[in-house]
Design a protein around this ligand. Sequence first.
Ligand code: ASP
Length: 357
Amino acid sequence: MKNSYYEYFDLLTAGGASPESSILIIYTGGTIGMDTNADGALVPLDFERILEKLPELRRFRYRLRLIAPFLPLDSSNVGIAEWLILSEVIASHYHEFDAFVVLHGTDTMAYTASALSFLLDGLQKPVIFTGSQIPIGFTRTDARENFISALEIAASQTNGQATVPEVCICFSSVLLRANRSSKVATSNFTAFASENYPPLARIGIQLDFNYSHILKRHQTIFKAHKNLDNRVTIMKFYPSMMPDLVKARLQNQTLRGVVLESYGSGNLPTSPWLQDAISEAAARGVVFLNISQCMGGAVAQGKYEASTMLNELGVVSGHDMTTEAAITKLMFVLGQTTDSKEAKQLLRTSLCGELSL
Ligand code: ASP
């Protein structure tokens, strides 16, 4: 292996000259690739040592290539810059590989994977994110199972086409649509859940695909977008939130978009000061997207008096989107247009299966 980043490493598998599938594995860091150092702290392993821990990879009949596009990161340090690098790596290898597996920390995996689902427009190939709760070098690791399942799902074909041509998270016993997933547990193996959309596959003795729920795309042109706007914020409400705090955030002159994390089916306090603050920001062109703090179910603006005013203020209902999908979609949409009317229209539209209409 060449030890510098951006370098490729080809893994010869039992597939030899006629592999069943070609997969680009993109290693970004996270617990999956860590081991303890002499002081007992978890530190990222280099590429080759990860492969040493998984000799069974060589038994696959796949052509595998690995790439580490940046130094391995704890996913707490991953953001827009890395999302755009991942999108660019996938786009520049798009025609060379049948599928992509991204090894990523679990903490922000749902954000990265959601962002990629918007950036990779018209995707016709699997992009499967996975990681682990226990490092790959540890005896009870879940890394082996997650990684191998991700590869098998990435390689799966149905009638000569990729079975799951979308961005997904493969973790523990389920395959979830990326932009429907959230990290829900730190202490058990089932780290991700998708409350508002069924799993795309159950991973048991067999891979049991949920064909009717896998994204069907009619668009055939693939395009990797390059713009995301971080001039956005998430405002999670709680009882008796300080008005000055809310006003100060909404008065920020660089702000372009706000995800409101409201109560229940989309309700917020009916206080005049809050309506004034939203209305003033909206008049400057700030776009508001309303999602629920509840994991399951959807916003229904206007069902209660406590959300009727949001319709009048031009707040867009985020319906049943996750927080991760809502904020990355807002970044994406504001990266595509400066027109707030157009941005709102895009937010209302399901771009890649992120909301149920
Ligand atoms: N802190 C780690 C990360 O997100 C946690 C993990 O990978 O599970 O990079």
